[in-house]
Design a protein around this ligand. Structure first.
Ligand SMILES: NC(=O)C1=CN([C@@H]2O[C@H](COP(=O)(O)OP(=O)(O)OC[C@H]3O[C@@H](n4cnc5c(N)ncnc54)[C@H](O)[C@@H]3O)[C@@H](O)[C@H]2O)C=CC1
Ligand SMILES: O=C(O)C(=O)Cc1ccc(O)cc1
Length: 365
C-alpha cells in the first residue's frame, strides 16, 4: 500500500527533504505550515502532494513524520503532539541544527506509539523558503542521526531508507556530541560572521564608502549572516552552553592576537598565519560540510570582451550547468580569474576537461 509522509514546516529544508524522498519512493507527501502561502507554493511546485489542515490531521495516517521548523517551534510541536494519536509503527524525525534540547523534549512523546529519532542534515544555505528547496541539497553531506539506547534498530534502518534520496552520509552521534561539534564548525562561525557585519555597520556611519568597498573576501566570509534571523536566534539559545565556552575561547584567542601585533614579532606572526593556512588546506574539500564547499573551478581568462560568453558557451555545448559564476579580478592588461561553481564533482571534472581542450588554464583550490 502507498505510504504517507507528513512534513511539518515547508521551508528550505522541509521542501528539500520532500523532493529527495519523492525521487526514491512512491508515496503521498502531506505538508503543514503556519504560513498558508508556503503551503500553496509547495503544492504548486509539486514539492508536496496534499495540504494537511492541521498537525493533528497530518500525523493520523502518516508512516513518516518530519518536523522541519525552527528548533524552538519543534519543542512546542512535541508538547502539542503528546495529545495526538499516531499510526502504529510510525517513525518521526526532525532536521533541527541542535539536538540536545530537542531529544530531551521528545520525551513528551513517550507513551505514544511513534518512534522519534533526532536528525540533522549538515548542509544547507543562507536562503529560506520552499522556493529555494532542491532535491540534491544534501548530496554528499553528513546527515547526523541521534538514536538513544532505546531506539529500535529497525526504525533506524527504515528512516535511513526513507532518506536515501538525499544521497547524504549518515553518522550516529550522541546529542551532546553533535551540539559540541556543530557549535564549533557551524554555530560559532555564524556568530562571528554576524559580528563582523555589525562591526562594518557601525563603522559605516563614519565611512559611508565602507560597504561598497567591502566586496570579495568580506562578502565570502559573511555570506552566512544573510540567513534567517528566526532560525539562528533559536539555534543560538538552544546551544547556549557550548557557545558561551566558544565565545570565551575566542576572546582569549583575540587577546593573543592583540599581543602578537603589539610585539611585531615577524616570525611568530608568520607562523600564526602559516599554521592556519596549513590546517585549512588539509581540510577535506570533496565533502559538503555544514559550511558547504562548492565545486569550484578557477579559470584564468584574458580580460577582453566576449571571454565570459566563450567559457559559458563551451559549457553549454557540453550540457554542463553552472550554479554560479564570478569574476575574481580584472585589471587592464592582466589575466583575470573566473570562479565557476558546479553542482557536483562530476560536472566540475567535465568542465575542467572541456575548458582545457579549448586551451583555458584551470585550477581547483
Ligand atoms: N537553513 C539551513 O541551511 C539548515 C537548516 N536546518 C534546520 O532546519 C530547520 C528549518 O530551517 P529552514 O528550512 O532553513 O527554514 P525556513 O525558514 O526556510 O522554513 C521553516 C518553515 O517552518 C515554518 N514553521 C514555523 N513554525 C511552524 C509551526 N509551528 N508549524 C508549522 N510550520 C512552522 C515556517 O513558516 C517556514 O515555512 C531549522 O530547525 C534549522 O535549524 C538544518 C540544516 C540546514
Ligand atoms: O549556508 C551555509 O553555509 C550553512 O552553513 C547552512 C547551514 C545552516 C545550518 C545548519 O544546521 C547547517 C547548514
Amino acid at each position: 500500500m502507498k505510504k504517507n509522509v507528513f512534513i511539518i514546516g515547508l521551508g528550505l529544508i522541509g521542501g528539500s527533504i520532500a523532493l529527495a524522498i519523492k525521487k526514491e519512493h512512491n508515496c503521498t507527501i502531506y505538508g503543514f505550515d503556519i504560513q498558508a502561502e508556503q503551503l500553496k507554493i509547495a503544492k504548486s511546485l509539486k514539492v508536496i502532494d496534499q495540504i494537511s489542515d492541521s498537525i493533528e490531521a497530518g500525523v493520523k495516517e502518516a508512516d513518516l513524520i518530519i518536523i522541519a521548523t525552527p528548533v524552538s517551534k519543534t519543542e512546542q510541536i512535541f508538547e502539542e503532539m503528546s495529545q495526538y494519536t499516531f499510526k502504529a509503527g510510525a517513525i518521526m524525525t526532525d532536521v533541527g541544527s541542535t539536538k540536545s534540547r530537542i531529544v530531551e523534549k521528545s520525551a513528551a512523546l513517550l507513551g505514544s506509539n511513534v518512534t522519534f529519532i533526532g536528525g540533522h542534515p549538515m548542509a544547507g544555505s543562507h536562503k529560506t523558503g520552499v522556493e529555494a528547496a532542491k532535491a540534491h541539497l544534501f548530496e554528499n553531506a553528513f546527515y547526523v542521526l541521534t538514536p538513544t539506547e532505546t531506539t529500535d534498530n529497525r526504525a533506524m534502518i527504515q528512516l535511513q531508507n526513507w532518506l536515501k534520496g538525499t544521497k547524504a552520509k549518515f553518522v550516529n552521534l550522541a546529542p551532546g556530541e553533535h551540539d559540541a561539534l556543530a557549535g564549533a564548525i557551524s554555530h560559532f562561525p555564524h556568530v562571528i560572521a554576524t559580528s563582523l557585519v555589525h562591526q562594518v555597520r557601525k563603522l559605516e556611519s563614519e565611512e559611508p564608502l565602507l560597504s561598497r568597498l567591502a566586496a570579495g573576501g568580506f562578502r565570502d566570509i559573511t555570506r552566512i549572516a544573510s540567513a534567517s534571523p528566526i532560525m539562528w536566534r533559536d539555534i543560538f539559545i538552544h546551544n547556549k552552553a557550548v557557545l558561551l565556552e566558544l565565545i570565551s575561547n575566542w576572546i582569549n584567542e583575540m587577546e593573543d592576537v592583540k599581543q602578537l601585533l603589539e610585539t611585531e614579532d615577524k616570525e611568530t606572526i608568520y607562523q600564526y598565519f602559516y599554521e592556519a593556512k596549513a590546517f585549512r588546506d588539509r581540510m577535506p574539500v570533496r565533502e559538503k560540510g555544514a559550511i558547504p564547499s562548492f565545486y569550484d573551478l578557477f579559470v584564468d581568462v584574458p580580460d577582453h570582451p566576449g571571454v565570459i560568453s566563450d567559457v559559458t558557451s563551451i559549457l553549454a555545448d557540453h550540457e554542463i550547468s553552472i550554479t554560479n559564476i564570478r569574476i575574481l579580478e580584472t585589471r587592464e592588461d592582466i589575466m583575470g580569474v573566473l570562479r565557476l561553481s558546479f553542482r557536483s564533482e562530476e560536472d566540475r571534472e567535465l568542465a575542467k576537461d572541456c575548458l582545457e581542450q579549448a586551451l583555458y588554464e584551470t585550477s581547483i583550490l
